[in-house]
Design a protein around this ligand. Structure first.
Ligand SMILES: Cc1cc2nc3c(=O)[nH]c(=O)nc-3n(C[C@H](O)[C@H](O)[C@H](O)COP(=O)(O)OP(=O)(O)OC[C@H]3O[C@@H](n4cnc5c(N)ncnc54)[C@H](O)[C@@H]3O)c2cc1C
Length: 402
């Protein structure tokens, strides 16, 4: 079959690899000048950094099926987070004592036995699940945290900022089943950070695309189930797959999806005196978009042998919309009063429509097939790399071998 795939993010890439390896004639169209979509790294003065805080969960079964993580040079994230309180400069540790027994003492003094037991129960219950249990659930994450028995203070200090960072939503507008799944994945296997940025995951997949006709700088319009318009000219296909992000797909299909647009911005500093010594996140236990807006800070170079470390401070939601180095400097000088004088503003990144709106807000998920068009993308599933790859696997299965 001659198949057109519109969109060169991870779902379009996996769909094109799967179909071309099944003998189909695959044409991939991407509107920008490179593949990867929301998985994006940049380079400045020889330094590579990611657009947004992005990691690779090796616990996803889809990652095991499609990505040879051994072939990608990477560091493992330390299985712990520092809960940092900017106003008092106090730090606590929450670690996964199974993966890193050395965090036992630090964690035991930080979390009450009551919450520690609940974390353990949460882990045991979800470690085996391979996907989000009930994708149509509309039970919000925060209600689920309370039903799971976590204390209010532990939710505020740890769970809420952690999942605001994961969902890129100040109100964590996802279902508790999504949070359950992600917690299980995080307990199952290491989280890794490629040394040359998340883009190296895309480069690794590109090696399997030799039989795919890749068309970059190609924004597709006038899409029907058998015809698309490429630079003003119509071309016919046996099947057309739309693998664009939620807002574009809903425009193409003329659907009216409402909800918060998820945005995120990072401010990246260079410093010779890195205050973060491990590959872990410093989570803001006082996170509040108005009063203490940075959800976390991390250093992707913490394990690298370099004199110039990167320190990445992440904003989500409203405060992330406009670039404001003054806001970043004001907050980072409070977080790191002893080291800030040495910080050099290096770069900032921004991404709009960073994640799809969830079903919590009432947006129905778009089905696999609409008017003969096949639909892939994280928004058809849930907002993660796993959700995006699962959607691609569904499309591959529905078209089948030649
Ligand atoms: C900052 C950030 C951090 C994240 N962190 C994580 C994480 O740690 N773990 C995790 O599991 N997930 C994470 N995610 C989510 C994950 O990156 C996405 O779910 C996934 O990349 C979505 O892939 P996709 O193929 O569905 O969509 P996209 O990557 O958005 O791909 C869609 C593509 O379609 C192209 N396109 C649009 N319109 C047209 C057109 N008309 N013609 C041709 N091409 C078109 C776009 O340019 C784009 O390349 C993160 C996302 C962001 C933004």
């Amino acid at each position: 079959m001659k198949v057109a795939i519109i969109g060169g993010g991870i779902s379009g890439i996996i769909t094109s690899i799967g179909l071309s390896e099944n003998g189909h004639e695959v044409h991939l169209f991407e509107k920008t000048s490179s593949l990867g979509g929301r998985i994006k790294s940049k380079e400045k003065q020889g330094t590579i950094f990611d657009v947004g805080f992005h990691v690779l969960h090796t616990g996803y079964s889809t990652v095991k099926r499609w990505i040879d993580t051994d072939a990608i040079s990477h560091h493992k994230m330390h299985p712990s987070s520092i809960l940092f309180t900017p106003s008092t400069q106090k730090s606590k540790l929450v670690g996964d004592v199974f993966s890193a027994p050395s965090t036992l003492i630090g964690s035991a003094t930080s979390i009450s036995p009551f919450n520690a037991l609940r974390l353990l129960k949460w882990r045991m219950r979800n470690k085996k699940s391979d996907d989000v249990r009930d994708k149509n659930s509309r039970k919000p994450i925060d209600i689920g945290f309370t039903e799971h028995g976590f204390s209010e203070s532990f939710q505020k200090e740890f769970l809420k900022p952690l999942f605001a960072g994961i969902t890129l939503s100040e109100e964590r507008l996802e279902s508790i089943e999504f949070a359950d799944f992600i917690w299980g994945v995080m307990s199952k296997a290491p989280i890794i950070l490629p040394k040359n940025g998340m883009m190296s995951v895309i480069k690794h997949l590109e090696d399997r695309m030799e039989n795919v006709a890749i068309n970059l700088d190609c924004e597709i319009q006038n899409i029907s189930s058998t015809e698309i318009t490429i630079h003003g000219e119509k071309q016919a296909f046996d099947k057309v797959v739309i693998a664009t992000e939620q807002n574009t797909t809903s425009q193409i299909l003329e659907l009216d999806l409402e909800g918060e647009e998820r945005t995120t911005r990072t401010y990246i500093y260079k410093t010779k005196h890195n205050p973060i010594k491990k590959l872990q996140i410093m989570l803001n236990s006082e996170y509040n978009s108005a009063t203490s807006p940075f959800v976390h800070v991390h250093s992707p170079t913490a394990l690298s042998d370099t004199d110039n470390h990167l320190l990445v401070a992440t904003l989500i939601g409203t405060p992330s919309r406009e670039e404001n180095w003054e806001l970043a400097d004001k907050n980072m000088s409070k977080w790191f009063p002893n080291e800030f004088a040495d910080f050099e503003q290096f770069s900032s990144t921004f991404i709009s429509h960073a994640l799809p709106n969830s079903s919590i807000e009432g947006s129905p998920r778009i089905p696999l097939e609409v008017d003969g068009l096949l639909i892939a993308g994280d928004h058809t599933n849930h907002p993660s790399l796993h959700g995006a790859i699962l959607s691609a696997e569904k499309v591959i299965k529905s078209i089948g071998g030649v």
